[in-house]
Design a protein around this ligand. Sequence first.
Ligand SMILES: [Zn+2]
Length: 461
Amino acid sequence: MDVIIKGGTIVTASDQYVADIGVEGEQITRIGQSLRANGARVVDATGMYVIPGAIDAHTHLDMPFGGTVTSDDFETGQIAAACGGTTTHVDYCLQSVGGTLHEALATWRGKAQGKAVIDYGFHLAVTDLNANVMAELPAMVNEGITSFKCFMAYKGVFQIDDATLFQLLEQARELGALVNVHAENGDVVDLLTKRLISEGMTAPRYHAASRPLEVEAEATHRAVALAELARAPLNVVHMTCEASVRHVNEARARGLLDIHGETCPQYLLLNVDQYDEPDFQGAKYVMSPPLRDRKENAFLWRQLAAGNLETLMTDHCSFRMSDQKSLGKDNFAKIPNGIPGIETRVPIVFSEGVGKGRISLQTMVAAMSTNPARMYGMFPKKGCIAVGSDADIVLIDPKRRVVLSASTLHQHTDYCPYEGLEVEGYPVVTISRGEVIYENDQFVGSKGRGKYIKRGQYQAP
Ligand SMILES: [Zn+2]
């Protein structure tokens, strides 16, 4: 064997036990008691939790938006991911209006080329569906793109109509793919935004007023209804509130087990009052959907614990305050939407979720690793600790205390939305396909080592 991870508590989506893990080459080849080193590198995991590397299947690296480009590219974003316990990444590749899916995929593969440090795949966001684009979908699935995305918001930019969403759902069903939706009623958001701006309400706080929870709930309901009509699987990303999650829950209660919901740490920890921070600091939290009332935080934790929200992703979409968020100084609608989080998810969810008794370790692993591996066609290569799986493994030291700060994180942006938050428990070693790429607070992997993952068909988690 090449590496032995010794004496740790292995945690999977269903189990927890103390054992050693043996790695040969890029895969796990043995799990057992008292494995002999015989020259292998020994990673001491005594007192640590040993989890399957986290999967971040909702990010926007090197993405053009609102006249600028997200501040993390594949190199900085994936280094930050690795330093925060994430070993697999699925980014949103965007079709440009009038462009082909092949062009979009080539562009996004180019962004990762030579930069990737962890394994990665792409979802394809379809923004302009016509007969030619429809004909490209089977080829995309053959390339390993087994999830698509529709934006029901961002009118005039990415927004699609209901007929497009419906046809994409039908096609995805035939191809064994999954459709992700950004569920907000973009037409109403557009109207409310124009109305607020014309009334002189331009501060960051009005971003939230322009996108009330009803517009999310309505779009969620519509997406679920269209998925039911198309008999297709659906995943509603970044869910923020009870009013919309209940539509997913009602569908599942009626036996529609391929309807899924995702949430993100920001909706679990932050709330609408953040927009009132003085001196334009509220712009840090301008994202869509926006932050909600505090009571939704507790609701979302309960839904995660119950397994109703099956995935917990970041929607990492980083912009600097200094020269990017500031584009909207006089108009909230011009503030680039998004928040950094690719590096802080695992420690935050471990500390605030597991540490505070809101969710179990197994739920944490399921929501951040095993469930996304299944839904996005990567299981059991990714998302589990088992013989034959890729040796993507993270050690969490449950006693390690860290105060989160932009000054020490690797995310390429000038603020951290959780600045000053002390977490208890932190990833201390990250192994990707058998190679230690993060230890002793340092990224020790190499640029360009990450491999493209040709993903398989959607599976229900
Ligand atoms: Zn997103």
